[in-house]
Design a binder for this molecule. Structure first.
Ligand SMILES: Nc1ncnc2c1ncn2[C@@H]1O[C@H](COP(=O)(O)OP(=O)(O)OP(=O)(O)O)[C@@H](O)[C@H]1O
Ligand SMILES: [Mg+2]
Length: 275
């Protein structure tokens, strides 16, 4: 039976969609059966990043009772399955997000992981996604407003019976004025699963001419390395980092030696630093 995990943040623009896509692909590359759901029912972005925006039947149709879940389940990159959300605001207004729970229950046995990319805020679609999830991954930036919002998201998850797994601290630069990882853990009483550094490759991956998750195009850029660490931790697997040339995975002594010799900023990406 698969684990259903919502990625939530409260605050917008902290990297939920980017991390959902990359984490899903990282899990798939480690042999997991993964389904990604664009649960941002009003402002669907995940299909853009996955380059699957032309999928004709979407979660909207399923939530409206006009299509079956299998009609909206597409093959995505690296073996993932993907359920896109629709772009119509009219349909968004008509859908019943409460149906999400039953829909997810029906596909749960087929996957190891079902990841839900949630909207910002804690409005009705986010609550429905959290209620349909077993666990919640909190995505935050190391700033006071983001940590305050993620605390609200954590409390909401607990109220709805979904277990907060920990925090992915994105846009981590270790700059003066940033909230430190240790303080985030104390404030939220949760582990920081990984810190994801600010990475220009990650930023560019969401730009018009280059829409593709870095886990596909640049798997050894620091942000992608951090996501692979998070994937390994979630799946309870040893940390392995894919090399850019597609030459497979390196781990253990050779992985460390290789990373050291190439000067790859593994520590910068939070490898082995987190609780
Ligand atoms: N670690 C990173 N380094 C650099 N840019 C990043 C990083 N993570 C995300 N970004 C960029 O930040 C922007 C916002 O990311 P994203 O859309 O994933 O956030 P979100 O939380 O899903 O936003 P929303 O709340 O609007 O749904 C994107 O342009 C993305 O490429
Ligand atoms: Mg988003």
């Amino acid at each position: 039976m698969g684990r259903v995990i919502s990625l939530v943040s409260g605050k917008g623009g902290v990297g939920k969609t980017t991390i959902t896509a990359n984490l899903g692909i990282a899990l798939a590359k480690r042999g997991m059966n993964v389904c990604l759901i664009d649960a941002d029912i009003a402002m669907a972005n995940l299909s853009l990043l996955l380059n699957m925006q032309n999928s004709p039947i979407t979660l909207h149709d399923v939530l409206l009772g006009e299509a079956s879940i299998d009609d909206a389940l597409y093959d995505g990159p690296s073996g993932i399955k993907f359920i896109p959300s629709g772009l119509s605001l009219e349909n968004y207004r008509r859908v019943d997000p409460e149906r999400l729970q039953a829909i997810i229950e029906s596909i749960k046995p087929r996957f190891d992981f079902i990841l839900l990319d949630c909207a910002a805020g804690i409005e009705r679609t986010v609550m429905a996604a959290i209620s349909a999830s077993d666990e919640v991954l909190l995505i935050a930036m190391p700033s006071s407003p983001s940590i305050a919002d993620v605390l609200k998201a954590k409390i909401t998850a607990q109220r709805l019976g979904s277990k907060p797994l920990g925090v992915i601290l994105n846009f981590y630069r270790q700059e003066k004025g940033e909230i430190k990882k240790e303080d985030v853990m104390k404030l939220l009483e949760l582990p920081v699963i990984v810190t994801v550094p600010f990475d220009d490759e990650m930023r560019k991956s969401f730009m018009q001419e280059n829409l593709a998750p870095v886990m596909i195009t640049k798997p050894n850029t620091p942000a992608a390395v951090a996501v692979q660490v998070a994937a390994a931790k979630l799946a309870g697997l040893p940390v392995q980092v894919e090399q850019a040339q597609g030459s497979g995975f390196l781990s253990g002594f050779f992985g460390r030696l290789f990373g050291f010799l190439r000067g790859k900023p593994r520590a910068q990406a939070g490898v082995g630093n987190e609780q």
